[in-house]
Design a protein around this ligand. Structure first.
Ligand SMILES: *Cc1c(COP(=O)(O)O)cnc(C)c1O
Length: 407
């Protein structure tokens, strides 16, 4: 196993000029958006080369977001699993309580560089909405957030936070009233407003360059984790686990380890209530390649190619598509994708709270559940890393409702 401080530059994963990860990805959009996506690609490439942009971003990540996030040895969780040492990458300790802000501060900076004066976003669990509203408040940019009516119900605390920071919330009543419908509405807004508006997409989905750019902004997670491992236990981890909704915390966690052949990478999708269509949100396990929201990737679809309704108790994983790079990693065999149901995630949520005093997001609890299972099959001298993508305060009321508790 290589223990170079920086993983060698991956040639396997960088998308080609057309934003293709193998056959996945690309840019399937109406002509109105092509120019804006070109402008974004160009500006992003320039920003990457620009030392002052990199400096401003890294200052913000430090002073505003609170990075680096700690790598924490979960000793009582390790004992409960009875195998590998479990370490948690604490993205829940970032400002606003999840990994989403790593991406929104980067894209807000790009918005200013492009001379755009308005920001829109979609949100599922509300974490991306809050992270976008936060970055916009920081820079004084007006912000509109599209959110499914069902998700507004499930994630009230986040809706209130967004409003406190001056964002306008537009409830989406179409379709299943969840994340997928919110993305549709945000895209519709963008088609009409692209001249002065930047659409801050919250995951590694959408047309090129979003999947690559969001992955790059989120890769701070894996870069930090990789060097923390080398520093703390002087070797790379044996296994890295992350939950997959659109796939941004997983992509950010995995990407810096992709060329480390000895590191097993496991992505955990939402298994919901079971394996029947409509009962889960696991396109990598049960879907077929197709186009959704501007890119070619695994999608949950019916025989006619219509996007299916999906289900997860966690709003942030309740999405029928997934980032194209994950589809590429699945087909190439580099990452294993598994799914975890609502009940198992809920049990892991309780177990983490009681053994470690950490209330994780329901999304994250899917990764914890699989991590416990996998760690149990490994030996105590091995290390398993979990991306603790976010904290669970936002979920407390919904969990009480699911359990029939009143407060
Ligand atoms: C949004 C969210 C997710 C799912 O989104 P990804 O793009 O797959 O990371 C997972 N965990 C938390 C805490 C989230 O807020």
């Amino acid at each position: 196993m290589s223990i170079a401080p920086e993983s060698p530059k991956s040639t396997k994963s960088v998308p080609d000029q057309n934003g293709r990860f193998g056959k996945f990805g690309g840019r399937f959009v109406p002509e109105t958006l092509t120019q804006a996506l070109e402008q974004l690609s160009d500006e992003y490439e320039r920003a990457k080369q620009d030392k002052s942009f990199q400096q401003e971003l890294s200052d913000l990540l430090k002073s505003f977001v609170g990075r680096p996030s700690p790598l924490y040895h979960a000793k009582r969780l390790t004992a409960a699993a009875g195998g590998a040492q479990i370490w948690l990458k604490r993205e829940d300790l970032n400002h606003t309580g999840a990994h989403k802000i790593n991406n929104t501060v980067g894209q807000a900076l790009l918005t200013l560089r492009m001379g755009k004066t308005r920001v829109i976003a979609e949100t599922g669990a509300g974490q991306h909405g809050v992270a976008t509203a936060t970055a916009c408040a920081h820079f004084g940019l007006p912000c509109v957030v599209y959110m499914g009516a069902e998700d507004i119900r499930r994630q009230k605390p986040n809706v209130f936070s967004m409003k406190l920071m001056g964002a306008e919330i537009r409830p989406v009543e179409s379709g299943s009233k969840t994340l997928r419908d919110a993305v549709n509405e945000a895209m519709r807004d963008w088609m009409a407003s692209v001249e002065d508006t930047h659409y801050i997409i919250g995951s590694v989905i959408g047309p090129h360059p979003f999947p690559m750019m969001v992955r790059d902004f989120q890769s701070i997670i894996g870069r930090e984790a990789r060097s923390q491992c080398l520093e703390i236990f002087e070797k790379l981890p044996d296994c890295v686990v992350a939950c997959v909704g659109g796939g941004s915390n997983a992509a950010g966690m995995f990407f810096p380890f992709v060329d480390d052949d000895g590191v097993r990478l496991v992505g955990v999708e939402a298994g919901g209530r079971g394996a029947s269509p409509g009962d889960h949100a696991s396109p990598l396990s049960f879907g077929r390649p197709g186009v959704l929201h501007g890119s070619y990737s695994y999608v949950m679809q019916d025989a006619d190619g219509q996007t299916c309704d999906v289900h997860s108790m966690s709003a942030g994983l309740d999405y029928p598509g997934v980032g194209p790079e994950h589809s590429y990693w699945k087909d190439s065999g580099r990452v294993d994708y598994v799914d975890c149901g609502d009940d198992a995630a809920m049990q892991a949520f309780d177990r983490l709270a009681r053994t470690e005093g950490i209330i994780a997001a329901l999304e994250t609890s899917h990764a914890i559940a699989k991590a416990l299972e996998i760690a149990g099959t490994m030996s105590p001298d091995q290390h398993l890393l979990v991306c603790l993508s976010g904290r669970g305060d936002k979920d407390a009321m919904e969990i009480a409702r699911l359990r029939g508790e009143n407060w």
